[in-house]
Structure formats: C-alpha cells, structure tokens
Design a binder for this molecule. Structure first.
Ligand code: BGC
Length: 761
C-alpha cells in the first residue's frame, strides 16, 4: 500500500478526522477510499476487548479472556523469556480477535508504594522496567500485533492524574523516568506510544513537543504513531504540532473541526496533519496486511501458561526453619477468603473478564492434597468476626501447618486513585497474629499489587509474595507451597519498613496541580542504600528451596575508555549448592566510587535468570556498555562517564552482593569548560589546563606573601592557621579574592590575562 499516495488523495476534512478515534476502541474509516477502521484494546496482561457497552475504567464487561499475572508479578520473575511468552500469547489472542494494537505495556516507575496503579507497572528500577518492556513488546509484536507502551511520561500517581504536573529536573527524567521507554523504542520499536494524562514541568504530555518529537522521534528514532491516553488531549492543535498523531477516544468531531480551521487560517501546517495520517495508516495497514484471523485461541492452554508464568513470579520472602515446602502427606489449614477467591488482578482499564479462575483451595483439592479451609475474614465487609477468627484458630491448631491467604482487597488499590497508607486490612493482621499464636508453623501468602507493611513479620515463619498473579494464581501457589516448583521470583521493588521511609513520602501527590520530584534520582533502593537504611525486604531479594553460590567475578579489563559504543565484559559463576533444581537470578550492580557528582551507591545494570540442577555450575557473561556507567550530564545534555573508579558488584539482591570488582574509567570526550573571576581555586586546580596556567602565578604570590609574613606573623598566629588549613581555605576562594588581598589594578589585569589563557580553546 502506498500510504503517502493514499494521504495525498484525502481531503483536509478526512485527514483531520483520521487524527481522532471513531469510537472508544477504533480508528476512523475513510469509506470513500476503502480505508477500514482499526481496533485497539486494553491489556496489558490479558485482552480486554469490548463488544458492546464501552468504557475505559473497567466498569463494563469485555469478551471472555485469559488474565495473566500483572506486571508487578511478571517483573519479579526477572525472566525475559517468560515475559515474552506472555506477549506471544497475547499477540495470538489479538490476531484471533482482529485487534491491531494491545494497549501496553505500562512501564511507569514506582516512585511511591502508594500509586494506585503500581500493580500495572514493572519496577522502581528503570533498567529492569526497560528489560521487561522489551520482552513483552517482543512477544506481542512477533505475532504482527502492535503494542502501545504507556504512559509517556512521568505518570507516577493517580491523584489528579489528568491535571497534575510532574516537575522533575532533566537528569531525573533521563536517568529514572525515561529509560524504560527509551530502551523499548530503540530496541523493539513498539508500533505505538501512548502519551500520559499529566503535564511534565508544566506542559501536558499530549502537547509536549520536546517529549513527543525531540526526544521520542529525533533522539530515539520512534517510527510508529503516538496516541493520547483516553481523554488526555487539552489543545488538539498544539498536540498535532507537538507530534501527537491520534487522539483517543474521540472528541465528537470538535477537535477535527479545530484542526481544519487551524490549517485554513494558517496556524497549523497541513504537512503536520499529513504526517499524523501517514503514521496512523502505516500501522493500520501493517496489521491488515498481516492479519491472521484463523490464529487459534486455546484458552485452556493459556490458563496453563498463566499458571506456569505465575509460579515463576512468586517471591519467597522468608522461610525460617525451612518450613516450606510443605509435606504433601500432611493436613494443612488454608485460611482466608483469598484461598477460595483469590485477588489476582487490579481494577480499572486493565480489568480482564476471565473465562476461568483457579484459587489455591480448588487447586489443592484437585491435586488430592489434604486441606482444611476456614474463611478467616470477609472481603466484602473488610472484617473478621470473632467466630471467623475462632474457626481459623481451631483449623490452625488441628493441622501440621497453617497458610493464611491475605493481602489487599480490590478497593484498596486501583487505577484512578492512590492509596493513603501501606497497611493491610486490620482484620487480616489480627487473623495472622491469632493463627500464628495457635500454630508456630504459619505461612502467609500475599496478594497485593504494591508493598504492604508487615507488623506481624516476626510471627510468620514463611512468607510468599504472589502479587496479583492472574487467573491461575491458585495453581501456582499450590505448586510452590508443596515444592513442585522451587520459587525463583525476586522483588522488583523495595519493601520499606514503613511508608514514611520512602523517599517520595514528603512530596508524593504534590500540592494542587504540581508534584515536585524532589528526591531526584534517589528512587527506591537508590535512596535506601545511600542512606544505609534498614528495609523490610530489599530490591532484588528472593529466596529459594535450594542454595546458590556466586564466585569468580572477572572483568576483561581493569582500566578502559568509556565513550558511547565502548563496553566492558563481566563474567560470574553461579553454582547450585543445594539438593533441588532451582533458578538463580544473578544481578549485577554498578556504582561510582567518588561522591562528586552525587550519585546512587549502586544501580542495577545487568541480570540473568539461570536454571541449575543440584551441583551444577554455569558461567554467565554480561556486557556493560557506556550507559551502565554513565550519568546524564546537564551541561552537554548527553550521557557521560565521569572519570574515576567504578565498583561492579554481583549477587542475588541489592543487599547481598558477595562479589566485587573495580575498574577505572574515563570518558574521552572533553566537557565544555569556562572559568571567570568567581571560579574558586579548587575547581581551577582540578582542571589540567587551568592548573598549568595558574600554579606558577600562585607560587610566586605565595613566595611574596611569605617573605613579608615571616617578619610580621607572630608565633600565635602561625599556630592558629596551619599550612594545611591555609590550603583548605584557599580551595574555596574565588580568583577575584587575590585582587582584594593584593595590590589592586595590576593584579586584576594579571588575573584577567590568566583567565583569558585558561579559557582559550
Ligand atoms: C488508561 C489507559 C488505558 C485507557 C483505555 C485510560 O484511562 O490510563 O492505560 O489504556 O484508559 O482504556
């Protein structure tokens, strides 16, 4: 299809019309020219295709589909291939259903545990979020179905989500809030990008030219179309100028008319409208030309896949006395309503209408296990009666071990609003305490989209975090509880001891329509590690039923130049030293040793999930490129590796890194430099050229000074200021100060001469 010719044959009105949706889920047709409508649908962890009553808040039903684990869970797998398999399944469903683009993945950073939509997002870490996004997109798009990576950008709270401005400095955006989008765009070319509702430093994402054109297209090379989040358009004409191709869902024709008027009165260049149409039609035809409606959709097979994925996402947070796995021959108490009806997905636009749900109770019974159930609490009433607690305690007493299925009910976290605290329902906390008092072998299995405080942690011997594990979560839980699957998930976020510890705590939510990201790059473990704070569970943490040993971290060089394109190779050996098959997550962190500039202690820069038989060893290789060491330099508006020593650590969590190596690096590119009379000596002396120019002058002045002083300075004065102290004070003095201490005009002239020499290119 010659898309450019097609656009040339369209009228201005037809082109303007194509720039917004036909209805909630379709782009417009141009019947005169035979251009069909094209359907997009929500995801990202299942297909939410609506046939009849439409909405974007999860209110009305969609077709029966398969709900896979949400991103909060899949990120914990640290398994790219697993996430790709989810994407492939989703792509097949879309082909079967004629859906051209599935709206996701959602990759916003978890700035605070409070964000209502954290369950849909991957991580507090931009590298991990980017890797997971790439894996997801790769899977979906391998089926010739598009993705829409969202919500671009800095959409980290639900509070005032359609009006709030996320105010962050350039470095913070580049180092924390952009990289997941950047990696996905550069490596996987998502067919579409969805811009967010919020403003960024005052400008709506939907009309932010810097974001949608300068960064996304010109820098990263994005080739698809940008669509708005549903209702995110404030000024459509500004949007077209900024690079927003498609407004969704629709504006009832109002904005189409505005585009026409703006072109006619010369305010808007028609070429920009043509460009939007070309980009949209490219994708419409890309799908059409590769449509495979005969693709089978075997829902039962996908239910089984959802269980396999969920099992590899579950994180074993704690396992005292190796209580887990439980014995299959023992009678076990399953306590809590979530055992019978699990919470396995979040609320809002990603809500899937499941064709089937398997909770742990059903899964255990089907597996022939001996379980005794007690409801424990009522989700609907968010309460536990004394009778419920008594029944739970009796069950716990009667059994070998008790498993409490707990977590957050739907209303506690959802799209559209944020949580106000990190607490679990009080009734569930009470239940856990009572059960643990009745049976010391108590396990807690959690269902939640974001961290919770655990005041009861000392009382439960084992804790499994199953997040929102999709419709087959019960199967996965039972396999892990009874040892058919060895847990291998690791936390994609830190669990602080309490909400107040979180770095965004003081500013989260902001004031009126402004949220300042004052913690800057110190998000999640970047903050807890810098402050050496205790956390409940650190980023990257996850136990196993076997043990792993990490050894032999080797770098291919000790010293290297680090310009864009340069690389360092690291190798790590991991051995399964236990008696069971298991999967280790080898994590590699990089940190700059110097504290100038101010940087995190360590940042995740590589990882690999490795399957190992008992006794087996594998050597894993990692490539650390320039970006692994670089920080965003606001002077040159580019990535730059400050010269110095870098520490590379490897292990199985951000707080368990037994291996360590150092490397000296320097970026060969000179940074722009300029000194003036206010420049201080410390900075001048740190610059090679300035030092060469200024040192002879300083020495001469010092000699002159010392000559006079020898006679004048009393012993007491000499003792008061030692030479070292004098030097230290000198460090912070500006050039101009020499003139004020010295002899006027001639010194000023001399200093100006020196500055001129120093600043010469
Ligand atoms: C959400 C998007 C979603 C869209 C369509 C919006 O409210 O923010 O994530 O894709 O609705 O349902």
């Amino acid at each position: 299809m010659d898309i450019q010719a097609l656009v040339r044959s369209m009228t201005l009105e037809e082109k303007a019309g194509l720039c917004s949706g036909d209805d909630f889920w379709h782009t417009k047709a141009v019947e005169r020219l035979g251009v069909p409508r094209s359907m997009v649908s929500d995801g990202p962890h299942g297909l939410r295709k609506q046939d009849e009553k439409v909405d974007h808040l999860g209110v009305n039903d969609s077709i029966k589909a398969v709900c896979f684990p949400a991103a909060c869970a899949t990120a914990a797998s640290f398994d790219r291939a697993l996430v790709t398999s989810l994407g492939e399944a989703l792509g097949d469903e879309c082909q079967h259903e004629g859906v051209s683009v599935v709206l996701g993945p959602a990759v916003n950073i978890k700035r605070s545990p409070l964000c209502g939509r954290n369950f849909e997002y991957f991580s507090e870490d931009p590298y991990l979020a980017g890797e997971m996004a790439c894996a997801h997109i790769h899977g979906v798009q391998s089926r010739n179905v598009g993705t829409s990576i969202k919500h671009f950008a800095a959409n980290n709270q639900e509070h005032r989500r359609m009006s709030s401005s996320s105010d962050a400095d350039e470095r913070t955006l580049r180092e924390i809030y952009f990289p997941a989008f950047e990696a996905a765009v550069k490596r996987e070319q998502p067919w579409t990008v969805m811009c967010s509702y919020n403003r960024i430093n005052g400008v709506y994402a939907s009309e932010n030219k810097w974001l949608l054109t300068d960064v996304l297209r010109n820098e990263w090379g994005f080739k698809g179309y940008v669509m708005s989040d549903w209702g995110a358009v404030a000024d459509r004409v500004k949007g077209v100028q900024a690079g927003l191709d498609l407004e969704m869902p629709a504006s009832g024709g109002i904005n189409d008319r505005r585009i026409v008027e703006a072109v006619k009165n010369g305010q808007l260049d028609e070429k920009l409208v043509d460009q939007c149409c070309e980009r949209i039609l490219n994708i419409v035809y890309r799908f059409l030309e590769n449509a495979r409606p005969d693709t089978p959709w075997d829902k039962e097979a996908q239910h089984a896949l959802a269980a396999d994925i969920a099992a590899d996402c579950i994180v074993l947070l704690k396992n005292e006395d190796a209580l887990l796995p439980l014995g299959k021959q023992d009678e076990i108490a399953f306590i809590g309503e979530f055992a019978a009806s699990p919470r396995f997905q979040g609320g809002g636009s990603s809500h899937i209408n499941c064709f089937k749900i398997t909770g742990a109770l059903d899964a255990a019974k089907a597996a022939g296990l001996s379980v005794r159930y007690a409801q424990g609490y009522s989700v609907k009433d968010d309460a536990a009666t004394d009778e419920m607690i008594a029944e739970a305690v009796a069950a716990a007493r009667a059994c070998k071990a008790a498993v409490v299925f707990a977590g957050l009910p739907d209303s506690y976290e959802s799209e559209g609003y944020d949580r106000t605290n990190m607490k679990m329902p009080a009734c569930q906390e009470r239940l856990i305490e009572a059960v643990a008092a009745a049976n010391p072998n108590t396990v807690v299995v959690l269902h939640n989209g974001s961290p919770v405080e655990m005041p009861w942690i000392g009382k439960a011997k084992a804790v499994l975090e199953s997040y929102l594990g999709g419709q087959a979560v019960g199967l996965a839980q039972v396999r892990v509880l009874f040892g058919d699957v060895n847990p291998s998930g690791h936390l994609a976020e830190s669990f602080p001891l309490k909400l107040q510890d979180n770095p965004s705590y003081l500013y989260f939510g902001g004031e009126k329509n402004v949220t300042e990201y004052r913690e800057g790059v110190f998000v999640g473990y970047r903050y807890y590690d810098k402050k050496e704070m205790d956390v409940l569970f650190p980023f990257g943490h996850g136990l196993s039923y076997t043990t792993f040993e990490y050894s032999n971290l080797r770098l291919n060089v000790e010293k290297a130049s680090m310009a864009p394109g340069d690389k360092v190779e690291a190798k790590v050996t991991v051995t399964n030293t236990g008696k069971r098959f298991g999967k280790a997550v080898v994590q590699v962190y990089v940190g700059a040793r110097a504290c100038d500039p101010i940087r995190p202690v360590r940042e995740l820069k590589a990882f690999e999930k490795v399957a190992l038989q008992p006794g087996e060893s594998k050597e894993v290789s990692f490539t650390l490129d320039q970006r692994a060491f670089a920080m965003w330099n606001e002077q040159i508006h580019d990535w730059y590796v400050p010269a110095g020593q870098y520490v590379i650590e490897a292990g199985d969590s951000s707080r368990n890194l037994p291996l360590r190596a150092e490397i000296t690096l320097a970026d060969p590119r000179p940074l722009p430099r300029h000194f003036d009379m206010n420049s201080i000596f410390m900075d001048l002396m740190a610059d090679e050229k300035a030092r060469a120019v200024i040192r002879p002058f300083l020495e001469e002045s010092r000699r002159m000074f010392a000559g006079e002083e020898e006679q004048e300075q009393s012993e007491a004065a000499k003792e008061a200021v030692s030479d070292e102290m004098g030097d230290a004070m000198m460090n912070y003095m500006p050039m101009r100060s020499l003139a004020s201490f010295g002899s006027g005009e001639s010194v000023v002239r001399k200093l100006e001469e020196l500055l001129h020499k120093i600043n010469e290119e």
